[in-house]
Design a protein around this ligand. Structure first.
Ligand SMILES: Nc1ncnc2c1ncn2[C@@H]1O[C@H](COP(=O)(O)OP(=O)(O)OP(=O)(O)O)[C@@H](O)[C@H]1O
Length: 121
């Protein structure tokens, strides 16, 4: 198959992002998390390093959610019926999102805690 020109390839990737934004509820929740974090970054005046850490975590969760959806789509395509092997593959992909989310919560707690302490005490 002939490779599409670069601008077309970029267009296809955005098509994927728009599709997941419109169709996947979990991805929409993670986008909401990103928006809340962007607000907190500005409101609390986080340093460049702290901002980089928070953004990295948010995008890490979004990337794992996108790959999880990708695995689910492939599984549903190759085996639409119940199959315990498909079940474990999907569980593993979902587990990756969970691990990314746990790491994001830990980093978020460590970064935001000193600011919240100043605000409330
Ligand atoms: N074809 C199948 N065979 C066996 N088990 C399955 C199959 N499809 C789904 N499952 C089980 O149901 C779970 C949820 O799968 P589903 O495809 O509904 O994902 P989902 O609920 O959309 O997940 P997510 O919230 O991560 O997007 C899987 O983790 C797996 O344990």
């Amino acid at each position: 198959m002939k490779k599409p020109p670069f601008h077309k390839s970029v267009q296809f990737t955005f098509r994927g992002i728009i599709w997941i934004l419109k169709n996947e509820r979990n991805f929409q929740f993670h986008i909401l998390g990103l928006i809340i974090n962007l607000f907190l970054i500005v409101f609390l005046g986080l340093s460049n390093t702290e901002t980089a850490l928070i953004l990295l975590c948010c995008f890490f969760v979004l990337v794992t959610e996108t790959l999880n959806t990708c695995v689910e789509k492939i599984c549903d395509y190759i085996q639409p019926k119940f199959d315990s092997r498909i079940g474990i593959i999907k569980d593993l992909a979902g587990g990756a999102v969970m691990l990314a989310t746990i790491s994001a919560i830990c980093v978020g707690a460590l970064v935001y805690w000193p600011y919240l302490k100043l605000l409330f005490y």
